[in-house]
Design a binder for this molecule. Structure first.
Ligand SMILES: [Zn+2]
Length: 121
């Protein structure tokens, strides 16, 4: 896929405030591709390796995607509080699942919480 064309699709999605529902099927397909099968998603979830570093309190995730549908694309809210505070949430572009949340220095990804049905906190 040519980058310019993909960028056009992205611009279109920004115009729709990051809501995938409002865009054409063609744009949708160009950006998020085909939906993962349940089987492929389970396999991908099982293969995720999470490495926690207690000292720096950082978490490294080998593969980052939406645990509900397997989509790689997210839309970010941008900072929802005032600098120097940081509070950013990223939602799955396909299903709207809360995939990632950064609260000041701590960033949490839904994949860290399999026992909580991948709900953050
Ligand atoms: Zn999703």
């Amino acid at each position: 896929m040519n980058t310019d064309r993909l960028w056009r699709h992205y611009k279109f999605i920004f115009k729709h405030y990051g809501h995938i529902e409002g865009v054409s099927r063609k744009t949708k397909k160009a950006i998020i591709g085909k939906k993962m099968s349940r089987k492929a998603l389970r396999k991908r979830l099982a293969a995720v390796v999470i490495t926690k570093d207690e000292q720096s309190r950082t978490v490294d995730i080998s593969d980052v995607f939406c645990p509900r549908c397997g989509c790689d694309q997210t839309r970010s809210t941008g900072n929802m509080t005032e600098y120097p505070e940081l509070w950013v949430r990223s939602y799955c572009l396909r299903c709207g699942f809360l995939v990632c949340e950064a609260d000041n220095s701590l960033e949490h990804h839904a994949l860290e919480f399999p026992e909580d049905n991948y709900r953050i906190h």
